[in-house]
Design a binder for this molecule. Structure first.
Ligand SMILES: Cc1ncc(COP(=O)(O)O)c(C=O)c1O
Length: 422
């Protein structure tokens, strides 16, 4: 049988990209079969979630040119479906190339000009990322910190906006993936608008899993990612800007600090001018198209209810098993649950055993919560009753081996009771 030789590199050395680039590698032949065999995992971490088979099938469709009229139709359809899924009529509703961070960067970099005042409500890892981007854009940023496990501090943001005066942008994270907390958006929209500011909302982990209603909220910039509750692979970032936000982009005095994500340039590709800006990631647009069609087929209410039922069943199950949830009650996301790691239990050993024995991926803690919590996602395709019961029984067993007396039977029966209410 012919062996396909892909690459040679120095024996004993790792195949580092820089070796390859310099062309210094030689010797050990690698074959296609030895290098590409990703296992099938149960993805229950903070993302990516499992992709729907229809989405994966769509990605194998023939590649079209990015200016082919048939592709442009697909792209337009995609934007129309995005408007429905994000619950907005904003003309500027697109998906930027790149993961969720590209949506964040497009929104922040385009809206913040040097000297602009920005207030960011931070209650976890991703709020801090917004603040850092706003600073890179030349913004004068006030950070309002909340404990990691609580929602964004409304009173603190209100006081900061008042103290700063003439604030251009208020930024918050709807679903903080690092803590499993959901922050109610409407009060922040009113606060921002009363102060003459725009409201930016990170919905990377919420879109497609919990209600995101951009227009009803009064949000001015909302972005998300494809790999969480939309159940497509990582690679695109849905983004919508209100007419007020778009006016602010158009009124900029200096071009923004990014060319690739400059929305004034991108607009000419996405609108009827179809001017070349970059080569659209064709297969990812197919994937997003199919993922959005799946949301519409299922229906918003059904989809939100499914995520709610499975998330709450998981939470009740873990509590009944004897574990403590980290996020404040009343603000817990159904799509991402943070569980406190019990005393004496080894974080890495538990996650390692889950992966090795059960092929289940869950997440560890980020930033301040490192080695303190586990993050269990039930997003998109991964949000199903089977995964709820699997996670409880598999983790329960491993926890018992670690010396923690997990009551697996109580966990399973509490989760089942909640699942049966649906
Ligand atoms: C709330 C939130 N914002 C932003 C991001 C960044 O998205 P990505 O990793 O897709 O670039 C993430 C990723 O987990 C997230 O959870």
């Amino acid at each position: 049988m012919n062996r396909i030789v892909l690459r040679f590199y120095t024996p004993g050395a790792s195949p580092r990209t820089d070796d390859w680039a310099r062309g210094t590698g030689y010797h050990t032949p690698m074959t296609a079969s030895s290098t590409f065999n990703p296992p099938t995992r149960v993805l229950m971490g903070p993302g990516p979630s499992g992709a729907h088979p229809r989405v994966l099938r769509a990605m194998t469709a023939p590649i079209l040119g990015h200016l082919d009229p048939e592709f442009l139709k697909i792209m337009d359809n995609c934007n129309n479906m995005l408007r429905t899924v994000m619950k907005t009529e904003n003309r500027i509703t697109i998906a930027t190339p790149g993961t969720g961070t590209s949506g964040m960067e497009a929104a922040v970099m385009n809206l913040v000009e040097p000297g602009d005042k920005v207030v960011v409500g931070i209650c976890g890892y991703f709020g801090e990322r917004i603040a850092q981007m706003a600073e890179r854009s030349g913004g004068v940023v006030t950070r309002v910190q909340a404990p990691w496990g609580s929602p964004t501090d409304f009173a603190g943001v209100e006081a900061a906006v008042k103290a700063a005066g003439n604030v251009k942008l208020v930024g918050i994270v709807h679903a903080e993936t690092s803590t499993g907390v959901q922050t109610p958006v409407e009060p922040f929209a009113k606060l921002a608008h009363d102060a003459g500011a725009l409201l930016l909302v990170d919905c990377v982990t919420s879109l497609g899993g919990v209600p995101v209603t951009a227009d009803a909220w009064g949000a001015d910039a909302v972005y998300s990612g494809t790999q969480k509750c939309l159940s497509a692979p990582p690679g695109m970032a849905p983004l919508t800007l209100s007419p007020r936000a778009w006016d602010a982009v158009k009124a900029r005095e200096v071009p923004c600090n990014t060319w690739y994500l400059d929305l004034s340039l991108l607009e000419a590709y996405w609108d009827e001018r179809r001017a070349y800006h970059h080569t659209a990631p064709i297969s990812m647009v197919y994937a997003l198209h199919e993922a959005l069609a799946l949301v519409l087929d299922e229906g918003h209410q059904n989809r939100w209810a499914r995520h709610e039922t499975n998330g709450r069943a998981l939470q009740l199950g873990f509590e009944a098993m004897g574990l403590a949830l980290h996020a404040d009650e009343g603000y817990r996301l159904p799509v991402l649950t943070t569980i406190r790691i019990p005393e004496g239990v080894n974080d890495l050993e538990v996650r390692g055993a889950l992966l090795k024995r059960n092929s289940i991926e869950i997440g560890g803690g980020l930033g301040d919560l490192r080695a303190k919590v586990w993050r269990i996602g039930l997003m998109g395709e991964s949000s199903n009753p089977g995964n709820v019961l699997l996670a409880i029984s598999a983790m329960g067993k491993i926890l018992r081996e670690q010396g923690f007396k997990a009551d697996i039977r109580a966990g399973l029966s509490a989760a089942t009771a909640r699942l049966e209410q649906a």
